[in-house]
Design a binder for this molecule. Structure first.
Ligand SMILES: *Cc1c(COP(=O)(O)O)cnc(C)c1O
Length: 434
């Protein structure tokens, strides 16, 4: 469910006409719905009722300061993948006391930052990392709160590049070694054992792999609670969203029309399957959703530059590119593409929707059937709120795109499009070149 829909002929985000946003701020521009984010957060919270839980928004999915403040206002904590993400949360005016720090390569400087900021816990991914955290905490004269990430060796049934919970992945410590790792961790003088963590992958659309992983890790969690007094179990993130019928899935009717065996996992089915497994543990449950909270709350607006009619192939060349939204190039991801002005009297067109970057992989959609569009007309690439702008680059010397946050009929630029001067600000010609 989300807040993107046609009102009359024009696509709106909440009460805002997206063509107006495109005209005002140019394209490519990301637009986010505050109401959709709030709804996603509230629905997920409701589905966990009966548990003592804490939602830590994984801000690698969307780290815009306005978005972070919105989640902080809703009561969310955060999951960091780097010191930069921690600093963004602080810059957004939120505190990090209930937030957690993940990632396989935490540097000494990042550990110092997290300890001095007073985070809830480190999610430790290896023994050398544990030794380093212990060492840094000792130097600062504090105890570092930690949990170990265990790898339950479960197939998340998602794309290979976003699967993290099999034994061949770099993440966590294999479940069978976890008890020994906690035993070893308990000997370190400058760490405090707080919980246990798992995260098996992203864009998970069926509940079974999550059930299997929770069932595998729950006995360890119970054992660690009895032995070391841990207080929480983090079950990670990974809840998937609808990409293929993105626009239609904004309406309840779409969900009702899906046959029961085809309906993607919802917060309600997630909660119904997991709460009964988690409740008997008597531990706080930490969740780290990223994509679910923001993915369907954002679109990328773009303008048509050319319709190039080829030999047996048409190309709709737009002003957004793989540097703005890399998911199709990187993960072969599907994104629905819709016009901002819908005109049912137009013919339809089958085309590849491509950006201007000099790479064949700079392609948002192959052989897509769309309403015929011409130069200067706008379109929206749907479900672009997660892993969109946070993965953007400046490839082909393109500036980072703008971001706009909508709430009701209000909208504001929350990140200006980069200027050319900003893109070269850190560079210089070395003296030896004269
Ligand atoms: C990326 C990540 C998440 C969030 O994943 P989503 O699929 O976006 O929900 C949660 N926890 C950890 C440890 C992660 O690396």
């Amino acid at each position: 469910m989300h807040h993107f829909r046609y009102i009359g002929h024009n696509l709106h985000c909440e009460s805002v006409d997206l063509a107006e946003v495109a005209r005002l701020y140019g394209t490519p521009t990301y637009v986010y719905s505050a109401a959709t984010m709030a709804d996603n957060y509230t629905r997920l919270s409701k589905s966990l009722s009966g548990l003592d839980f804490q939602i830590c928004f994984a801000n690698k999915a969307n780290a815009n300061l306005g978005v972070l403040r919105h989640f902080a206002n809703l009561g969310a904590a955060f999951d960091f993948a780097s010191g930069g993400e921690l600093r963004r949360v602080l810059a957004a005016g939120a505190d990090v006391k209930r937030s957690v720090f993940a990632g396989v390569g935490k540097t000494e400087a990042e550990i110092v930052l997290a300890l001095t900021s007073g985070i809830f816990a480190f999610h430790v991914e290896s023994e050398p990392e544990l030794a380093r955290i212990n060492h840094v905490a000792g130097k600062l004269g504090v105890k570092a709160p930690i949990s170990i990430r265990v790898n339950p060796d479960v197939d998340a049934l998602t794309h290979a590049k976003i699967s993290t919970g099999k034994s061949e992945h770099k993440f966590g410590i294999p479940l069978r070694f976890a008890a020994a790792a906690y035993e070893a961790a308990s000997k370190y003088p400058h760490v405090a054992l707080r919980g246990v963590q798992m995260h098996i992958g992203s864009q998970i659309t069926e509940v079974e792999p999550l059930v299997e992983a929770v069932e595998k890790v729950a006995p360890l969690a119970a054992e660690l609670k009895a032995k070391f007094g841990i207080t929480y179990f983090s079950i990670g993130g990974g809840i998937g969203i609808v990409y293929r019928d993105a626009l239609a899935s904004g309406q309840a009717a779409w969900w009702e029309a899906q046959p029961a065996d085809k309906r993607p996992m919802t917060p309600e089915s997630y909660g119904a399957a997991l709460v009964p497994l988690l409740k008997p543990l008597g531990l706080k449950v930490v969740l780290e959703p990223g994509r679910f909270l923001v993915g369907n709350a954002g679109v990328l607006l773009s303008r048509v530059e050319y319709l190039k009619r080829g030999h047996g192939k048409n190309f709709l060349i737009v002003d957004a590119a793989m540097n703005d939204l890399v998911r199709p190039a990187m993960y072969d991801a599907f994104h629905e593409i819709v016009p901002l002005h819908r005109d049912t009297t137009r013919r339809s067109l089958v085309a590849d929707v491509v950006g201007p970057v000099c790479e064949t992989s700079d392609c948002f959609a192959k052989d897509r059937s769309l309403q015929e569009l011409g130069e200067g007309e706008y379109l929206a690439i749907m479900s672009a709120g997660a892993y969109g702008r946070t993965m953007a680059s400046r490839y082909n010397a393109r500036p980072l795109p703008a971001e706009v946050l909508v709430q009701g009929s209000a909208f504001e630029l929350v990140a200006a499009r980069e200027t050319f001067e900003q893109t070269i600000a850190g560079e210089k010609i070395p003296a030896f070149l004269g």
